[in-house]
Design a binder for this molecule. Structure first.
Ligand SMILES: Nc1nc2c(c(=O)[nH]1)N[C@H]1C(S)=C(S)[C@@H](COP(=O)(O)OP(=O)(O)OC[C@H]3O[C@@H](n4cnc5c(=O)[nH]c(N)nc54)[C@H](O)[C@@H]3O)O[C@H]1N2
Ligand SMILES: Nc1nc2c(c(=O)[nH]1)N[C@H]1C(S)=C(S)[C@@H](COP(=O)(O)OP(=O)(O)OC[C@H]3O[C@@H](n4cnc5c(=O)[nH]c(N)nc54)[C@H](O)[C@@H]3O)O[C@H]1N2
Ligand SMILES: [Mo]
Length: 778
């Protein structure tokens, strides 16, 4: 019998008070600090679901036997429960072997993923610190969320996209902005989440406040509810991936009707003349006028003219772009163009106007109150291996060692990876074209994974270490832009033989002779005290007095750090606008780069010197659309974080007969004989999956939406003719970089066809688990 416990626990979607009794979660209440808590907290009731938890270290049978061709069986073979001793020895010897034979550049440790909100048990920090202690690893650059934006924005305005967020603040929007055009909407669901945790979702309804203040809001998005119906004055349902054409049509109209702020362009930007020649068709013979834009976006040219007129007449217009726009082919362009358009309107620098990057994509955009100090964390150490790959090029890397590729002006070659180490992420959730990833994943000699549940990534590993969840360890929660620091307490005993990631790495470090360097002699409590001490010292410098650690731990509540110093805001843009000579931007010209000579010098065919329209493979205007006539968007799930706890009851509420639900417009459904609740097969030439259909006018015709997050559940065949049973969109998406510049994932969009499914559909839940055999049967 475990005693009842009640304590605060931190997640990426909020802080909750969790009560446990006899090893089960019996009550979950949002923290008192949260004025608008996320219902995703309900998933915490299912963390202990013993159908999916990993109770003991496991090794894949063929790996344990040392079969010659064992790699071909990854993801298909049974696992063997082994002792900690044996699993740690095996993993340590695989790491040693890789180091000796090919060096640390043969270890891929990018380990991308959203595991753990805590500052100490943050899985990615843990794995990076550990791999650095043993001589380094090949890391990944940029993230799945924002790669194209991360690479393009510094070329255009000289700062990273986080800093670019500081240009406009939502209080100022409420006060001054009279017109907001939101490309990709301003989704309320996505605001539930923020990396590192959220103590108060106070700006979750920011869009309602903005609209209530009298700002006219227009949403350009394939889904109407990307802005609540009663808030958006207008919904423009343009073809997905045509935002760039709409923006160009607006820009053309502004130019030919003398509505460009010439003073702003002359004083603060470079390269408008080249862009103008492109707009007017002087450089390529095609005028980018509203008629041209209308033919691409499939909306009336009058709508585009109206948007242009409204923008030109607005006192303080704001253009926002959500991250979804840039997770598609040429995803760099809409972000570049949003800045260019705001420059043409001369609205950059007006309080509450200009551009907003990644608005509506997660909690905290436009949040003015950034802490004037940094919270402590776990140092990842130093990585002597300088080779990185763009995060979404993983399958290419595994399949083509030694092959050349371009990235942001560099000519690079892929490393030859012999060992993959993953903790805190789920590539068989996040990566595109999973049939290809499966093939690529069989290249390295060893795959080691830590997870608490049997995700598809764990199922495709050789050695699996069972990790504790946030309910089974102590941590501190604090994140950028948040003034609270919260103790997150262990409310459950370890599950079976599970351990924390830290303990697992200590076990390996010991076997590899680097325990002292990795642990610095500290246990969990000593690390938490250390992280708190650093936070306390930093806060003090900003005038915020925090109570001693023991008291903080004892209170068990979020602690508010009220600094005397003002909130941090990087006003680089206002400084630049006030005096561009004294405060140039960190771009080569010191100005906003409408034309980037640097990008032009890379001579890429798919990302040139100024923003422009590029034809695409995966959109409704492509030749492929004659075979696959529906545009599938795969946005973030509303009811969970990515694939985490997908087996929980709260996630299952939105499933249809145990599978993910695809939303389809009634007209498209009718043409195909699809009715509400019917089981359907979504397919293209990369794969197919089974989902349940939901008919709704909320989505425009020609477009379907299948959220991410359903645990990958493939049949026994592989390749384009295979069938995934659970509704995982990544069997359909293309594994292609945004362009030679950013090589970001183009995860969001692809073309598909849908048909009613009349075959026999197996029960998914049982297929999600691997098979097990005992040591004696190996
Ligand atoms: N089709 C399509 N695909 C997409 C996207 C899209 O728009 N469309 N979006 C992409 C984006 S933006 C993102 S960010 C990615 C997200 O991709 P991921 O971040 O990889 O997805 P998660 O499901 O959050 O994976 C986190 C994993 O860590 C595990 N975990 C949690 N805590 C711990 C811990 O403390 N220790 C250990 N060892 N494990 C832990 C969880 O069980 C889970 O398996 O997906 C991308 N994929
Ligand atoms: N509940 C919840 N919230 C989350 C997450 C989660 O897993 N669950 N994940 C978090 C993470 S890691 C990230 S990166 C962010 C992602 O934030 P985003 O990338 O902004 O979010 P998405 O949900 O992928 O897409 C938002 C909307 O964009 C619209 N859209 C898609 N394609 C196009 C297009 O071509 N043009 C236009 N105009 N609109 C388009 C779709 O209608 C979709 O509903 O969300 C974060 N928030
Ligand atoms: Mo993301």
């Amino acid at each position: 019998m475990q005693k009842n416990k009640k304590a605060m626990v931190g997640t990426h979607w909020g802080i909750y008070q969790v009560e446990t009794s006899d090893g089960a979660v019996v009550d979950v209440q949002p923290a008192r600090t949260d004025s608008n808590p996320s219902p995703i907290g309900e998933l915490l009731y299912d963390v202990m679901d013993n159908r999916f938890r990993i109770a003991q270290p496991m090794v894949r049978a063929g790996y344990l036997r040392g079969d010659q061709n064992h790699r071909q069986s990854r993801g298909k073979e049974p696992f063997v429960p082994v002792s900690w001793e044996e699993a740690l020895e095996l993993a340590a010897s695989a790491l040693k072997d890789t180091k000796e034979k090919v060096g640390n550049a043969g270890i891929y440790g990018g380990s991308y993923g959203w595991g753990s909100a805590g500052r100490f048990h943050h899985a990615q920090s843990q794995v990076h610190r550990f791999l650095n202690t043993i001589g380094g690893y090949v890391a990944s650059a940029n993230n799945y969320s924002a790669a194209a934006c991360q690479v393009i924005v510094p070329h255009v305005i000289g700062v990273d996209y986080g800093t670019a967020d500081d240009v406009v603040e939502y209080g100022e929007i409420i006060e001054n902005c009279d017109l907001l055009i939101a490309f990709g909407g301003l989704n309320q669901y996505n605001n539930q989440v923020k990396p590192g945790g959220v103590t108060d979702h106070h700006e979750r309804n920011v869009i309602e406040e903005i609209a209530a203040s009298g700002t006219e809001v227009i949403s350009v998005s394939p889904i109407q509810s990307d802005i609540p119906r009663d808030v958006a004055a207008e919904w423009i349902a343009a073809r997905p991936c045509s935002d760039v054409a709409i923006m160009l049509g607006i820009a053309h109209y502004l130019e030919v009707n003398n509505k460009v702020d010439v003073r702003f362009i002359d004083r603060y930007t470079v390269g408008y003349d080249k862009f103008k020649a492109y707009l007017l068709g002087q450089s390529d013979g095609v005028m980018k006028d509203p008629e041209w834009a209308s033919s691409i976006a499939n909306i009336p040219s009058q709508d585009i003219i109206r948007l242009a007129e409204k923008l030109a007449n607005a006192r303080c217009p704001l253009i926002t772009v959500s991250l979804s726009l840039q997770r598609s082919e040429h995803g760099e362009q809409p972000f570049w163009l949003a800045i260019v358009l705001a420059a043409m309107l001369g609205s950059i620098g007006k309080k509450g106007g200009g551009f907003g990057l990644r608005w509506g994509s997660s909690n905290g955009s436009g949040y003015y109150h950034k802490t004037p100090f940094s919270w402590g964390g776990l140092s990842q150490g130093w990585n002597p291996i300088k080779q990185t790959i763009p995060v979404a090029r993983i399958a290419d890397m595994l399949l083509n060692p030694g092959s050349p590729y371009s990235y942001n002006g560099e000519n690079r070659t892929y490393p030859d990876i012999q060992l993959i180490y993953w903790a805190g992420g789920n590539p068989f959730h996040h990566h595109q074209d999973l049939n290809q990833l499966r093939r690529a994943w069989r290249k390295p000699k060893t795959v080691i994974v830590h997870d608490s549940t049997w995700t598809a990534t764990a199922r495709h590993a050789d050695i699996v270490f069972p990790a504790n969840t946030f309910l089974e360890r102590n941590d501190v929660i604090c994140s950028k832009d948040d003034y609270h620091i919260t103790p997150s307490k262990k409310v459950l005993e370890n599950y079976g033989q599970s351990r924390t990631d830290y303990e697992i790495f200590c076990g390996l470090a010991e076997r590899l002779g680097v325990l002292e360097a990795f642990s610095e002699g500290r246990d969990e409590t000593a690390w938490l005290k250390n992280i708190y001490k650093v936070s306390r010292n930093n806060a003090k410098q900003a005038g915020a007095e925090l109570i001693p650690f023991d008291e903080f731990w004892e209170t068990g509540e979020p602690l508010y750090a009220e600094p005397k110093m003002k909130p941090r805001r990087n006003n680089f843009m206002s400084r630049f606008l006030n005096d561009p000579k004294a405060h140039p931007l960190s771009t080569p010209s010191g100005k906003i780069e409408i034309f980037s000579s640097r990008i032009a010098s890379f001579k890429y065919a798919d990302c040139t010197g100024h923003p422009r329209w590029f034809d695409k493979n995966e959109w409704l205007g492509a030749p492929r659309a004659s075979s696959f006539p529906l545009h599938m968007i795969s946005h973030q799930p509303r009811n969970k974080l990515h694939s985490q706890l997908d087996f929980g009851a709260f996630s299952h509420k939105d499933k249809t007969a145990g599978r993910e639900t695809v939303t389809i417009n009634p007209a498209d459904a009718c043409k195909r004989g699809i009715t509400d609740g019917m089981l359907v097969r979504v397919f293209n030439d990369r794969g197919a999956c089974l989902t349940g259909a939901r008919l709704s006018d909320d989505i425009m015709q020609g477009v379907v939406s299948l959220p991410t997050g359903a645990w990958y559940c493939p049949d026994d065949t592989e390749g384009p003719n295979s069938l995934e049973y659970h509704g995982n969109p990544n069997v359909l998406t293309a594994d292609k970089g945004t362009s030679s510049l950013a090589q970001g994932p183009t995860a969001h969009s692809c073309l598909v066809e849908i048909e009613p499914f009349h075959g026999s559909a197996p029960e998914v839940q049982e297929l999600l688990m691997p098979k097990f055999i005992s040591r004696a049967d190996v």
